[in-house]
Design a protein around this ligand. Sequence first.
Ligand code: SF4
Ligand code: SF4
Length: 347
Amino acid sequence: MQVRHVLHSWARILQGYAPALSIEITRECPLRCPGCYAYEPNHLGGAVRLRELSDFRGDELVRRVLALVEREKPLHVSLVGGDPLVRHREVERIVPELTGRGIHVQVVTSAFRRLPEAWASMRKLTVVVSIDGLREEHDKRRAPATYDRILENVRGGRITVHCTVTRQMAEREASLEKFVEFWCGQNAVQRVWFSLFTPQRGAFAAERLDPEQKRRVVEKLLELREREPKIDMAPSALRQFLKPPASPDRCIFAKTTRTVSADLHTPVTPCQLGGDPDCSECGCIAAMGLAAVGAYRVVGPITAGGLFHISHRFGQLVASTRRKEAPLPALVQIAPEMAPGPEAETP
Ligand code: SF4
Ligand code: SF4
């Protein structure tokens, strides 16, 4: 991370803004992946489900997203879903608008649809394609976004592969090696990231890894990254999987990323996963990367994380003063003429 970016982010935190904004840009997804957190009943706290929200499309969606970004002033925007490519026409308009304002944009997709050609040359855009393990398992879990379809849809593009390691993958002999060999060998793949499945507290999940499996996965990834430069994960971040943040309150990622759902109004808390995630088993790569930065000793016993938490508290005071001076009802103010539009299209 460049010093300039760190200073920008720090300034945003001191002003009481989150440097990163994640937007569930549509409630729709053509996939039905087992273990998908976005469609869990408690993803939005239990009162309403993602599929029940009103979402937007067309000019309305573009205008509202830009207004939200204008208000929140993030340095980094993630477009997630549902699948953002369900709204590909709108997303194709939104992305250059944001990168043109100097914002780094990340689109997280299953690549069930062909990626726009223009995206391959946009330096401030990262397209993250989620791939769940080897072909046999992935194709079963993520049809219609199968291996063959992804390969076809990303041809000529520039993508980051993101794999969430599940128990099933951890149990299969040499699955990580085979996965790395296959995807790092594809021209379109610039980088490979791994997360580990994060369970919700108290819920049964077949994907959950036990501590021994987790330890072996981390060891294997530390080994694989030595010989495969496309694995873009620092050793300190990988080791952090074995000692994740104790709670959302100690999680730098949760405190620096504001997530809003498909009505562009409902917040997703405590982090992008929503619901009641078990931080003690967190496997989110973004949380681990920032936790590793937070563990860095700046001087003596003072860590970057300690400085962050002090700065964050200060920023919250600044933000509450700002709210008292100019009260805003929610994450985005909705003008009457911008009331929820017609039902979402299905892909
Ligand atoms: S593609 Fe993503 S949002 Fe859609 S069901 Fe799968 S995990 Fe959930
Ligand atoms: S589940 Fe992970 S990302 Fe979410 S708040 Fe807990 S530690 Fe942070």
